[in-house]
Design a protein. Structure first.
Length: 580
Protein backbone atom coordinates (compact mmCIF):
# COMPACT_ATOMS: atom_id res chain seq x y z
CA UNK A 1 0.00 0.00 0.00
CA UNK A 2 1.19 3.51 -0.71
CA UNK A 3 1.74 5.78 2.28
CA UNK A 4 -1.16 8.16 2.83
CA UNK A 5 -0.92 11.81 3.76
CA UNK A 6 -2.09 12.68 7.27
CA UNK A 7 -4.28 15.77 7.24
CA UNK A 8 -3.41 18.61 9.60
CA UNK A 9 -5.80 19.07 12.51
CA UNK A 10 -6.86 22.47 11.21
CA UNK A 11 -8.48 20.85 8.14
CA UNK A 12 -11.01 18.84 10.17
CA UNK A 13 -14.63 20.01 10.08
CA UNK A 14 -14.93 19.84 13.86
CA UNK A 15 -12.31 22.50 14.31
CA UNK A 16 -14.70 25.12 12.89
CA UNK A 17 -16.80 24.50 16.01
CA UNK A 18 -14.16 23.83 18.66
CA UNK A 19 -10.89 25.56 17.75
CA UNK A 20 -11.71 29.26 17.60
CA UNK A 21 -11.12 31.59 20.57
CA UNK A 22 -14.22 33.67 19.90
CA UNK A 23 -17.51 33.45 21.76
CA UNK A 24 -18.85 30.65 19.53
CA UNK A 25 -15.84 28.41 20.09
CA UNK A 26 -16.09 29.16 23.81
CA UNK A 27 -19.77 28.13 23.83
CA UNK A 28 -19.12 24.85 21.99
CA UNK A 29 -16.30 23.88 24.34
CA UNK A 30 -18.30 25.04 27.36
CA UNK A 31 -21.35 22.94 26.45
CA UNK A 32 -19.21 19.85 25.84
CA UNK A 33 -17.72 20.26 29.32
CA UNK A 34 -21.26 20.66 30.66
CA UNK A 35 -21.65 16.91 29.99
CA UNK A 36 -18.78 16.12 32.33
CA UNK A 37 -16.05 15.87 29.71
CA UNK A 38 -12.56 17.16 30.32
CA UNK A 39 -11.32 19.62 27.69
CA UNK A 40 -8.57 17.15 26.74
CA UNK A 41 -11.10 14.42 25.94
CA UNK A 42 -12.57 16.18 22.91
CA UNK A 43 -10.37 19.10 21.93
CA UNK A 44 -7.84 18.55 19.16
CA UNK A 45 -9.25 15.13 18.18
CA UNK A 46 -11.33 13.87 15.24
CA UNK A 47 -14.99 13.84 16.22
CA UNK A 48 -16.61 10.56 15.20
CA UNK A 49 -20.38 10.24 14.91
CA UNK A 50 -21.94 6.86 15.63
CA UNK A 51 -25.25 6.96 13.77
CA UNK A 52 -27.29 4.41 15.67
CA UNK A 53 -30.54 2.91 14.41
CA UNK A 54 -31.17 1.10 17.71
CA UNK A 55 -34.80 0.90 18.76
CA UNK A 56 -36.95 -1.21 21.05
CA UNK A 57 -39.32 -1.54 18.10
CA UNK A 58 -36.54 -3.02 15.94
CA UNK A 59 -35.55 -6.51 17.14
CA UNK A 60 -32.95 -6.75 14.36
CA UNK A 61 -31.16 -3.77 15.95
CA UNK A 62 -31.79 -4.60 19.63
CA UNK A 63 -28.06 -5.05 20.28
CA UNK A 64 -26.85 -1.87 18.58
CA UNK A 65 -26.81 0.11 21.82
CA UNK A 66 -24.13 -2.32 23.05
CA UNK A 67 -22.35 -2.24 19.70
CA UNK A 68 -22.17 1.56 19.91
CA UNK A 69 -20.20 1.13 23.13
CA UNK A 70 -17.82 -1.22 21.33
CA UNK A 71 -17.38 1.35 18.56
CA UNK A 72 -16.63 4.01 21.19
CA UNK A 73 -13.89 1.83 22.66
CA UNK A 74 -12.30 1.62 19.25
CA UNK A 75 -12.61 5.36 18.63
CA UNK A 76 -10.98 6.21 21.97
CA UNK A 77 -8.21 3.72 21.22
CA UNK A 78 -7.66 5.34 17.84
CA UNK A 79 -7.37 8.80 19.36
CA UNK A 80 -10.79 10.15 18.41
CA UNK A 81 -13.75 11.58 20.28
CA UNK A 82 -16.91 9.43 19.77
CA UNK A 83 -20.44 10.83 19.92
CA UNK A 84 -23.52 8.63 19.55
CA UNK A 85 -26.36 10.17 17.55
CA UNK A 86 -29.71 8.35 17.30
CA UNK A 87 -31.41 8.21 13.91
CA UNK A 88 -34.60 6.63 12.57
CA UNK A 89 -34.59 2.86 13.03
CA UNK A 90 -36.68 1.70 10.01
CA UNK A 91 -36.96 -1.76 11.56
CA UNK A 92 -38.97 -4.21 9.46
CA UNK A 93 -42.19 -5.93 10.57
CA UNK A 94 -43.36 -3.33 13.08
CA UNK A 95 -43.27 -0.26 10.80
CA UNK A 96 -46.39 0.20 8.64
CA UNK A 97 -47.25 0.51 5.86
CA UNK A 98 -43.60 -0.19 4.99
CA UNK A 99 -40.10 0.85 5.96
CA UNK A 100 -39.52 1.61 2.28
CA UNK A 101 -41.65 4.70 2.79
CA UNK A 102 -39.03 5.89 5.28
CA UNK A 103 -35.79 4.85 3.56
CA UNK A 104 -35.43 8.30 2.06
CA UNK A 105 -36.35 9.85 5.41
CA UNK A 106 -33.42 8.08 7.09
CA UNK A 107 -31.14 8.99 4.18
CA UNK A 108 -32.07 12.65 4.61
CA UNK A 109 -31.67 12.44 8.39
CA UNK A 110 -28.24 10.79 8.16
CA UNK A 111 -27.01 13.45 5.74
CA UNK A 112 -28.39 16.36 7.73
CA UNK A 113 -27.28 15.06 11.15
CA UNK A 114 -23.74 14.74 9.84
CA UNK A 115 -23.78 18.13 8.14
CA UNK A 116 -25.25 20.10 11.03
CA UNK A 117 -22.91 18.80 13.74
CA UNK A 118 -19.12 19.07 14.20
CA UNK A 119 -18.48 15.64 12.71
CA UNK A 120 -15.29 14.51 10.95
CA UNK A 121 -16.19 10.88 10.28
CA UNK A 122 -19.04 8.44 10.87
CA UNK A 123 -19.66 4.84 11.80
CA UNK A 124 -23.06 3.77 10.46
CA UNK A 125 -24.82 1.20 12.66
CA UNK A 126 -27.59 -0.60 10.80
CA UNK A 127 -28.45 -3.75 8.92
CA UNK A 128 -32.21 -4.29 8.79
CA UNK A 129 -33.41 -4.02 5.20
CA UNK A 130 -33.72 -0.27 4.46
CA UNK A 131 -31.24 0.94 7.06
CA UNK A 132 -28.21 -0.11 5.00
CA UNK A 133 -29.07 1.72 1.78
CA UNK A 134 -30.50 4.69 3.68
CA UNK A 135 -27.42 5.23 5.84
CA UNK A 136 -25.14 4.79 2.85
CA UNK A 137 -27.20 7.15 0.68
CA UNK A 138 -26.92 9.84 3.36
CA UNK A 139 -23.20 9.23 3.86
CA UNK A 140 -22.54 9.27 0.11
CA UNK A 141 -24.32 12.60 -0.25
CA UNK A 142 -22.55 14.09 2.78
CA UNK A 143 -19.20 12.65 1.62
CA UNK A 144 -17.15 12.65 4.78
CA UNK A 145 -15.19 9.53 5.87
CA UNK A 146 -17.71 6.83 6.77
CA UNK A 147 -17.69 3.13 7.50
CA UNK A 148 -20.71 0.83 7.66
CA UNK A 149 -20.95 -1.50 10.68
CA UNK A 150 -23.56 -4.21 9.89
CA UNK A 151 -25.90 -5.51 12.59
CA UNK A 152 -25.31 -9.14 11.62
CA UNK A 153 -27.75 -12.02 11.06
CA UNK A 154 -29.54 -13.87 13.86
CA UNK A 155 -28.63 -17.41 14.89
CA UNK A 156 -30.10 -20.46 13.15
CA UNK A 157 -33.57 -21.49 14.28
CA UNK A 158 -34.89 -25.03 14.63
CA UNK A 159 -38.38 -26.38 15.20
CA UNK A 160 -38.88 -30.04 16.00
CA UNK A 161 -35.61 -30.97 14.36
CA UNK A 162 -36.19 -28.87 11.24
CA UNK A 163 -33.94 -25.89 10.44
CA UNK A 164 -36.02 -22.73 10.18
CA UNK A 165 -35.18 -19.30 8.79
CA UNK A 166 -36.91 -16.02 9.48
CA UNK A 167 -39.36 -14.89 6.84
CA UNK A 168 -38.94 -17.78 4.41
CA UNK A 169 -40.36 -20.35 6.80
CA UNK A 170 -42.91 -17.94 8.23
CA UNK A 171 -44.55 -17.81 4.80
CA UNK A 172 -44.15 -21.55 4.31
CA UNK A 173 -45.75 -22.47 7.62
CA UNK A 174 -48.54 -19.91 7.15
CA UNK A 175 -49.50 -21.74 3.97
CA UNK A 176 -49.25 -25.04 5.88
CA UNK A 177 -51.63 -23.67 8.53
CA UNK A 178 -54.11 -22.42 5.92
CA UNK A 179 -54.00 -25.81 4.22
CA UNK A 180 -54.66 -27.57 7.54
CA UNK A 181 -51.33 -29.42 7.62
CA UNK A 182 -50.24 -27.91 10.94
CA UNK A 183 -52.40 -26.96 13.92
CA UNK A 184 -53.06 -23.65 15.64
CA UNK A 185 -50.97 -24.95 18.56
CA UNK A 186 -48.09 -25.65 16.18
CA UNK A 187 -48.37 -22.13 14.82
CA UNK A 188 -48.16 -20.63 18.32
CA UNK A 189 -45.20 -22.87 19.18
CA UNK A 190 -43.35 -21.65 16.09
CA UNK A 191 -43.56 -18.02 17.23
CA UNK A 192 -40.94 -18.39 19.93
CA UNK A 193 -38.63 -20.85 18.21
CA UNK A 194 -37.90 -19.55 14.72
CA UNK A 195 -36.19 -16.29 15.66
CA UNK A 196 -33.98 -17.22 18.57
CA UNK A 197 -31.46 -14.38 18.88
CA UNK A 198 -30.69 -10.76 18.16
CA UNK A 199 -29.88 -9.82 14.58
CA UNK A 200 -31.36 -9.54 11.13
CA UNK A 201 -33.06 -12.32 9.14
CA UNK A 202 -30.87 -15.40 8.91
CA UNK A 203 -31.79 -16.10 5.29
CA UNK A 204 -30.41 -14.31 2.23
CA UNK A 205 -33.18 -11.74 2.51
CA UNK A 206 -32.84 -8.02 1.91
CA UNK A 207 -30.85 -7.40 5.11
CA UNK A 208 -27.95 -9.74 4.33
CA UNK A 209 -28.17 -8.93 0.63
CA UNK A 210 -27.61 -5.23 1.28
CA UNK A 211 -24.97 -5.61 4.00
CA UNK A 212 -23.07 -8.04 1.76
CA UNK A 213 -23.27 -5.62 -1.17
CA UNK A 214 -21.96 -2.80 1.04
CA UNK A 215 -19.16 -5.11 2.12
CA UNK A 216 -18.25 -6.02 -1.47
CA UNK A 217 -18.31 -2.36 -2.46
CA UNK A 218 -15.65 -1.62 0.15
CA UNK A 219 -17.80 0.30 2.62
CA UNK A 220 -17.39 -2.23 5.48
CA UNK A 221 -14.46 -4.03 6.97
CA UNK A 222 -14.08 -6.97 4.59
CA UNK A 223 -16.24 -9.89 5.73
CA UNK A 224 -18.02 -7.91 8.45
CA UNK A 225 -21.42 -8.57 6.86
CA UNK A 226 -21.20 -12.33 7.50
CA UNK A 227 -20.53 -12.22 11.25
CA UNK A 228 -23.58 -13.44 13.23
CA UNK A 229 -24.96 -10.80 15.58
CA UNK A 230 -24.60 -13.00 18.68
CA UNK A 231 -21.02 -14.08 17.93
CA UNK A 232 -18.24 -12.56 20.05
CA UNK A 233 -16.51 -11.60 16.81
CA UNK A 234 -19.27 -9.06 16.24
CA UNK A 235 -18.45 -6.56 19.02
CA UNK A 236 -14.77 -6.99 18.16
CA UNK A 237 -15.59 -5.99 14.59
CA UNK A 238 -17.54 -2.98 15.86
CA UNK A 239 -14.56 -1.87 17.93
CA UNK A 240 -12.30 -2.25 14.90
CA UNK A 241 -14.68 0.00 12.95
CA UNK A 242 -14.18 2.67 15.62
CA UNK A 243 -10.40 2.53 15.38
CA UNK A 244 -10.36 2.45 11.60
CA UNK A 245 -12.68 5.45 11.13
CA UNK A 246 -10.24 7.67 13.04
CA UNK A 247 -7.51 6.62 10.62
CA UNK A 248 -9.84 7.30 7.69
CA UNK A 249 -10.44 10.85 8.93
CA UNK A 250 -6.70 11.55 9.04
CA UNK A 251 -6.40 10.01 5.55
CA UNK A 252 -9.48 11.93 4.33
CA UNK A 253 -10.78 8.69 2.77
CA UNK A 254 -14.34 9.50 1.72
CA UNK A 255 -17.12 7.59 -0.10
CA UNK A 256 -16.32 9.54 -3.26
CA UNK A 257 -12.78 8.09 -3.12
CA UNK A 258 -14.10 4.54 -2.84
CA UNK A 259 -17.32 4.30 -4.82
CA UNK A 260 -16.54 3.92 -8.51
CA UNK A 261 -18.31 1.99 -11.23
CA UNK A 262 -15.94 -0.87 -10.42
CA UNK A 263 -17.05 -0.98 -6.80
CA UNK A 264 -20.71 -1.03 -7.84
CA UNK A 265 -19.93 -3.82 -10.32
CA UNK A 266 -18.34 -5.75 -7.43
CA UNK A 267 -21.54 -5.23 -5.45
CA UNK A 268 -23.56 -6.51 -8.40
CA UNK A 269 -21.39 -9.61 -8.79
CA UNK A 270 -21.81 -10.52 -5.11
CA UNK A 271 -25.55 -9.77 -5.28
CA UNK A 272 -25.99 -12.27 -8.10
CA UNK A 273 -23.78 -14.97 -6.58
CA UNK A 274 -25.69 -14.76 -3.29
CA UNK A 275 -29.11 -15.19 -4.90
CA UNK A 276 -29.96 -11.91 -3.20
CA UNK A 277 -33.22 -10.06 -2.71
CA UNK A 278 -35.03 -8.35 -5.59
CA UNK A 279 -35.21 -5.27 -3.35
CA UNK A 280 -31.53 -4.66 -4.01
CA UNK A 281 -32.44 -3.69 -7.57
CA UNK A 282 -34.07 -0.54 -6.20
CA UNK A 283 -31.52 0.27 -3.51
CA UNK A 284 -28.44 -0.14 -5.70
CA UNK A 285 -29.79 2.23 -8.34
CA UNK A 286 -30.56 4.81 -5.64
CA UNK A 287 -27.11 4.47 -4.07
CA UNK A 288 -25.40 4.76 -7.44
CA UNK A 289 -27.49 7.82 -8.22
CA UNK A 290 -26.24 9.52 -5.06
CA UNK A 291 -22.68 8.74 -6.16
CA UNK A 292 -23.29 10.14 -9.65
CA UNK A 293 -22.78 6.72 -11.26
CA UNK A 294 -25.35 5.65 -13.89
CA UNK A 295 -26.73 2.19 -13.09
CA UNK A 296 -29.76 0.59 -14.72
CA UNK A 297 -31.85 -2.54 -14.53
CA UNK A 298 -30.24 -3.60 -17.81
CA UNK A 299 -26.81 -3.42 -16.16
CA UNK A 300 -28.10 -5.65 -13.38
CA UNK A 301 -29.66 -8.11 -15.81
CA UNK A 302 -26.34 -8.31 -17.69
CA UNK A 303 -24.54 -9.20 -14.45
CA UNK A 304 -27.19 -11.78 -13.59
CA UNK A 305 -26.75 -13.39 -17.02
CA UNK A 306 -23.06 -14.03 -16.29
CA UNK A 307 -22.98 -14.94 -12.60
CA UNK A 308 -24.96 -17.90 -11.24
CA UNK A 309 -26.12 -18.42 -7.66
CA UNK A 310 -23.18 -19.85 -5.71
CA UNK A 311 -24.38 -19.44 -2.12
CA UNK A 312 -26.65 -22.31 -1.09
CA UNK A 313 -28.81 -20.13 1.15
CA UNK A 314 -32.54 -19.77 1.68
CA UNK A 315 -34.65 -18.89 -0.23
CA UNK A 316 -32.74 -20.10 -3.33
CA UNK A 317 -30.86 -22.84 -1.44
CA UNK A 318 -31.01 -24.80 1.79
CA UNK A 319 -28.65 -23.21 4.34
CA UNK A 320 -28.78 -20.20 6.63
CA UNK A 321 -26.41 -17.30 7.32
CA UNK A 322 -24.69 -18.99 10.27
CA UNK A 323 -23.67 -21.81 7.92
CA UNK A 324 -22.35 -19.20 5.49
CA UNK A 325 -20.22 -17.65 8.24
CA UNK A 326 -18.71 -20.99 9.25
CA UNK A 327 -18.05 -21.79 5.57
CA UNK A 328 -15.82 -18.74 5.25
CA UNK A 329 -18.39 -15.99 4.74
CA UNK A 330 -18.31 -13.30 2.10
CA UNK A 331 -14.49 -13.29 1.66
CA UNK A 332 -14.65 -16.98 0.67
CA UNK A 333 -17.44 -16.28 -1.81
CA UNK A 334 -15.56 -13.33 -3.30
CA UNK A 335 -12.40 -15.43 -3.64
CA UNK A 336 -14.40 -17.85 -5.79
CA UNK A 337 -15.84 -14.91 -7.72
CA UNK A 338 -12.41 -13.47 -8.52
CA UNK A 339 -12.84 -13.68 -12.34
CA UNK A 340 -15.87 -11.37 -12.05
CA UNK A 341 -14.43 -8.83 -9.59
CA UNK A 342 -12.43 -5.63 -9.98
CA UNK A 343 -9.73 -6.54 -7.48
CA UNK A 344 -8.08 -3.13 -7.54
CA UNK A 345 -11.19 -1.41 -6.15
CA UNK A 346 -10.40 0.31 -2.84
CA UNK A 347 -12.00 -0.44 0.52
CA UNK A 348 -12.43 1.44 3.81
CA UNK A 349 -9.51 -0.60 5.12
CA UNK A 350 -7.14 1.41 2.96
CA UNK A 351 -6.28 -1.55 0.76
CA UNK A 352 -7.66 -3.09 -2.42
CA UNK A 353 -10.36 -5.72 -2.49
CA UNK A 354 -7.85 -8.15 -3.97
CA UNK A 355 -5.54 -7.63 -1.00
CA UNK A 356 -8.47 -7.99 1.41
CA UNK A 357 -9.57 -11.42 0.12
CA UNK A 358 -6.17 -12.85 -0.83
CA UNK A 359 -6.04 -15.20 2.16
CA UNK A 360 -9.72 -16.19 2.21
CA UNK A 361 -10.55 -19.91 2.29
CA UNK A 362 -13.79 -21.83 1.90
CA UNK A 363 -14.47 -24.51 4.50
CA UNK A 364 -17.73 -25.93 3.07
CA UNK A 365 -18.00 -26.21 -0.70
CA UNK A 366 -21.61 -27.33 -0.40
CA UNK A 367 -22.53 -23.97 1.17
CA UNK A 368 -20.34 -21.76 -1.04
CA UNK A 369 -20.18 -23.39 -4.44
CA UNK A 370 -17.63 -23.07 -7.22
CA UNK A 371 -18.46 -21.25 -10.45
CA UNK A 372 -18.70 -24.57 -12.30
CA UNK A 373 -21.02 -26.07 -9.67
CA UNK A 374 -23.71 -23.44 -9.00
CA UNK A 375 -26.77 -23.86 -6.81
CA UNK A 376 -28.94 -22.91 -9.76
CA UNK A 377 -27.49 -23.12 -13.31
CA UNK A 378 -27.91 -19.94 -15.32
CA UNK A 379 -30.02 -21.72 -17.90
CA UNK A 380 -32.48 -22.64 -15.14
CA UNK A 381 -32.75 -19.37 -13.22
CA UNK A 382 -31.06 -16.15 -12.20
CA UNK A 383 -30.94 -13.93 -9.16
CA UNK A 384 -32.50 -11.09 -11.14
CA UNK A 385 -34.53 -11.40 -14.32
CA UNK A 386 -35.57 -8.24 -16.13
CA UNK A 387 -38.91 -8.38 -17.92
CA UNK A 388 -40.32 -5.84 -20.31
CA UNK A 389 -43.42 -5.80 -22.51
CA UNK A 390 -46.69 -3.97 -22.83
CA UNK A 391 -47.40 -4.55 -19.11
CA UNK A 392 -44.01 -3.23 -17.99
CA UNK A 393 -42.52 -0.78 -20.53
CA UNK A 394 -39.89 0.43 -18.03
CA UNK A 395 -39.27 -3.01 -16.60
CA UNK A 396 -40.32 -5.48 -13.95
CA UNK A 397 -38.11 -7.89 -12.03
CA UNK A 398 -38.28 -11.40 -10.66
CA UNK A 399 -35.94 -13.90 -9.02
CA UNK A 400 -36.22 -16.73 -11.50
CA UNK A 401 -33.84 -18.87 -9.41
CA UNK A 402 -36.60 -19.07 -6.76
CA UNK A 403 -39.46 -19.60 -9.23
CA UNK A 404 -41.14 -22.79 -10.45
CA UNK A 405 -39.85 -24.31 -13.69
CA UNK A 406 -43.33 -24.99 -15.00
CA UNK A 407 -44.31 -21.31 -14.71
CA UNK A 408 -41.32 -19.74 -16.45
CA UNK A 409 -43.33 -19.75 -19.67
CA UNK A 410 -47.01 -19.31 -18.94
CA UNK A 411 -50.32 -17.94 -20.22
CA UNK A 412 -53.23 -17.44 -17.89
CA UNK A 413 -56.40 -15.53 -17.18
CA UNK A 414 -55.80 -12.54 -14.90
CA UNK A 415 -57.66 -11.92 -11.67
CA UNK A 416 -56.97 -8.32 -10.67
CA UNK A 417 -57.16 -6.78 -7.21
CA UNK A 418 -56.91 -3.02 -6.72
CA UNK A 419 -55.77 -3.07 -3.10
CA UNK A 420 -54.71 -5.59 -0.43
CA UNK A 421 -57.95 -5.56 1.54
CA UNK A 422 -59.93 -6.51 -1.56
CA UNK A 423 -57.42 -9.29 -2.18
CA UNK A 424 -57.70 -10.53 1.40
CA UNK A 425 -61.48 -10.61 1.18
CA UNK A 426 -61.64 -12.17 -2.27
CA UNK A 427 -58.71 -14.54 -2.64
CA UNK A 428 -60.71 -17.55 -1.42
CA UNK A 429 -63.94 -16.61 -3.24
CA UNK A 430 -64.87 -19.52 -5.55
CA UNK A 431 -66.88 -17.11 -7.73
CA UNK A 432 -63.61 -15.64 -9.04
CA UNK A 433 -62.76 -18.95 -10.67
CA UNK A 434 -59.13 -18.92 -9.59
CA UNK A 435 -57.25 -22.08 -10.56
CA UNK A 436 -53.60 -23.10 -10.74
CA UNK A 437 -53.18 -21.40 -14.13
CA UNK A 438 -54.66 -18.06 -13.06
CA UNK A 439 -52.37 -15.03 -12.99
CA UNK A 440 -52.96 -13.14 -9.74
CA UNK A 441 -52.45 -9.37 -9.95
CA UNK A 442 -52.28 -6.73 -7.22
CA UNK A 443 -51.88 -3.13 -8.34
CA UNK A 444 -51.67 0.32 -6.70
CA UNK A 445 -48.86 -0.96 -4.50
CA UNK A 446 -46.05 1.08 -6.06
CA UNK A 447 -44.01 4.00 -4.74
CA UNK A 448 -46.77 6.55 -5.34
CA UNK A 449 -49.84 4.35 -5.12
CA UNK A 450 -49.36 2.67 -1.74
CA UNK A 451 -47.34 4.89 -1.09
CA UNK A 452 -43.87 3.45 -0.50
CA UNK A 453 -43.99 0.06 -2.28
CA UNK A 454 -44.89 -2.26 0.63
CA UNK A 455 -43.95 -5.94 0.52
CA UNK A 456 -47.30 -7.02 -0.87
CA UNK A 457 -46.00 -8.80 -3.95
CA UNK A 458 -45.90 -12.39 -2.64
CA UNK A 459 -49.66 -12.70 -3.11
CA UNK A 460 -51.42 -15.46 -1.17
CA UNK A 461 -52.50 -18.65 -2.90
CA UNK A 462 -56.19 -19.53 -2.41
CA UNK A 463 -56.80 -21.98 0.40
CA UNK A 464 -58.55 -24.47 -1.87
CA UNK A 465 -55.50 -24.64 -4.14
CA UNK A 466 -53.13 -25.04 -1.20
CA UNK A 467 -55.16 -28.06 -0.09
CA UNK A 468 -54.73 -29.48 -3.60
CA UNK A 469 -50.97 -29.16 -3.24
CA UNK A 470 -50.51 -25.99 -5.34
CA UNK A 471 -47.61 -24.07 -3.82
CA UNK A 472 -46.83 -21.53 -6.54
CA UNK A 473 -48.66 -19.42 -9.10
CA UNK A 474 -47.71 -16.53 -11.37
CA UNK A 475 -48.22 -13.35 -9.36
CA UNK A 476 -47.72 -9.78 -10.59
CA UNK A 477 -47.55 -6.51 -8.69
CA UNK A 478 -46.12 -3.00 -8.78
CA UNK A 479 -45.26 -3.57 -5.10
CA UNK A 480 -42.20 -5.33 -3.66
CA UNK A 481 -41.74 -8.70 -1.98
CA UNK A 482 -39.81 -9.66 1.13
CA UNK A 483 -36.34 -10.83 0.20
CA UNK A 484 -36.94 -13.90 2.37
CA UNK A 485 -39.83 -15.08 0.17
CA UNK A 486 -39.86 -17.23 -2.93
CA UNK A 487 -42.08 -18.17 -5.85
CA UNK A 488 -42.95 -16.98 -9.35
CA UNK A 489 -43.55 -13.37 -8.40
CA UNK A 490 -43.11 -10.51 -10.87
CA UNK A 491 -42.47 -7.28 -8.99
CA UNK A 492 -41.69 -3.55 -9.30
CA UNK A 493 -43.79 -3.22 -12.48
CA UNK A 494 -42.93 0.18 -13.94
CA UNK A 495 -44.51 2.54 -14.49
CA UNK A 496 -46.81 1.67 -11.60
CA UNK A 497 -50.60 1.67 -11.89
CA UNK A 498 -51.11 4.82 -9.79
CA UNK A 499 -49.25 6.98 -12.32
CA UNK A 500 -50.96 5.46 -15.34
CA UNK A 501 -48.73 2.49 -16.08
CA UNK A 502 -50.29 -0.25 -18.23
CA UNK A 503 -50.99 -2.34 -15.13
CA UNK A 504 -53.76 0.18 -14.40
CA UNK A 505 -55.47 -0.84 -17.66
CA UNK A 506 -55.45 -4.61 -17.07
CA UNK A 507 -58.84 -6.18 -16.32
CA UNK A 508 -59.92 -9.44 -14.75
CA UNK A 509 -60.39 -11.93 -17.58
CA UNK A 510 -57.57 -10.58 -19.76
CA UNK A 511 -54.92 -13.11 -20.72
CA UNK A 512 -51.40 -12.42 -19.46
CA UNK A 513 -48.37 -14.08 -21.00
CA UNK A 514 -45.01 -14.57 -19.28
CA UNK A 515 -41.91 -15.73 -21.12
CA UNK A 516 -38.92 -15.52 -18.80
CA UNK A 517 -36.41 -16.77 -21.38
CA UNK A 518 -37.51 -14.02 -23.77
CA UNK A 519 -37.73 -11.44 -20.96
CA UNK A 520 -41.38 -10.64 -21.80
CA UNK A 521 -44.44 -9.76 -19.75
CA UNK A 522 -47.52 -8.86 -21.81
CA UNK A 523 -51.27 -8.61 -21.68
CA UNK A 524 -52.90 -10.12 -24.75
CA UNK A 525 -55.10 -7.11 -25.43
CA UNK A 526 -55.05 -5.36 -28.78
CA UNK A 527 -53.58 -1.88 -29.04
CA UNK A 528 -56.90 -0.22 -29.91
CA UNK A 529 -58.57 -1.59 -26.78
CA UNK A 530 -55.61 -0.52 -24.65
CA UNK A 531 -55.92 2.97 -26.13
CA UNK A 532 -59.65 3.08 -25.28
CA UNK A 533 -58.95 2.05 -21.71
CA UNK A 534 -56.21 4.64 -21.40
CA UNK A 535 -58.51 7.41 -22.59
CA UNK A 536 -61.01 6.44 -19.90
CA UNK A 537 -58.45 6.09 -17.09
CA UNK A 538 -58.27 8.73 -14.36
CA UNK A 539 -55.51 8.96 -11.75
CA UNK A 540 -56.52 8.08 -8.20
CA UNK A 541 -56.48 10.92 -5.67
CA UNK A 542 -53.27 11.34 -3.70
CA UNK A 543 -53.72 9.34 -0.51
CA UNK A 544 -52.00 11.85 1.78
CA UNK A 545 -52.45 15.63 1.89
CA UNK A 546 -49.90 16.24 4.65
CA UNK A 547 -47.02 14.53 6.49
CA UNK A 548 -43.86 12.97 5.11
CA UNK A 549 -45.99 10.58 3.03
CA UNK A 550 -47.38 13.55 1.08
CA UNK A 551 -43.85 14.74 0.33
CA UNK A 552 -42.96 11.19 -0.67
CA UNK A 553 -45.82 10.86 -3.15
CA UNK A 554 -44.95 14.17 -4.82
CA UNK A 555 -41.21 13.60 -5.24
CA UNK A 556 -40.44 9.86 -5.39
CA UNK A 557 -39.13 8.34 -8.61
CA UNK A 558 -40.32 5.05 -10.08
CA UNK A 559 -38.84 1.67 -9.15
CA UNK A 560 -36.59 1.46 -12.21
CA UNK A 561 -34.93 4.72 -11.09
CA UNK A 562 -34.41 3.71 -7.45
CA UNK A 563 -37.37 5.40 -5.70
CA UNK A 564 -35.19 8.29 -4.55
CA UNK A 565 -36.49 11.85 -4.30
CA UNK A 566 -35.97 14.02 -7.35
CA UNK A 567 -34.35 16.75 -5.22
CA UNK A 568 -31.82 14.35 -3.66
CA UNK A 569 -30.48 12.56 -6.73
CA UNK A 570 -26.98 13.31 -7.99
CA UNK A 571 -23.88 14.82 -6.47
CA UNK A 572 -24.64 18.54 -6.18
CA UNK A 573 -22.89 19.96 -3.12
CA UNK A 574 -24.71 21.52 -0.16
CA UNK A 575 -22.92 24.44 1.55
CA UNK A 576 -21.36 23.81 4.93
CA UNK A 577 -23.32 25.41 7.81
CA UNK A 578 -22.29 28.87 8.92
CA UNK A 579 -20.76 29.00 12.40
CA UNK A 580 -21.97 32.13 14.18
Amino acid sequence: MTETRRRPLAELRSQRWYASNDIRGFAHRQRSQQMGLRREEFLGKPVIAILNTWSEMSPCHAHLRDRAEAVKRGVWQGGGYPVELPVLSVGEVMVKPTTMLYRNFLAMEAEEVLRSHPIDGAVLLGGCDKSTPALLMGAISMDIPAIFCPAGPMSTGRWRGVTTGAGTHTKKYWDELRAGRISDADWVDLESRMTRSIGTCNTMGTASTMTSIADAMGMSLTGASSIPAADSAHPRMASACGTRIVEMVWEDLKPSDLLTRQSFDNGLAVYMALGGSTNAAIHLIAMAGRAGIPLTLSDMAAAAAKIPVLADLFPSGGHLMEDFWFAGGLPALMRKLTPHLALDARTVEGRTLGEAIAGADCYADDVIRDLDDPVVPLERGRTLQLLTGNLAPDGAVMKSSAASDRLLKHRGRAVVFDEPEAMRRGIDDPALGIDADTVLVLRNGGPVGAPGMPEWGNLPIPKALLKQGVTDMVRISDARMSGTHYGTCILHVAPEAAVGGPLALLRTGDVVSLDVAAGRLDMEVDAAEIARRRAAWRPPPQRYERSFAALYQRHVSQADRGCDFDFLEGTSAVPEPEIF
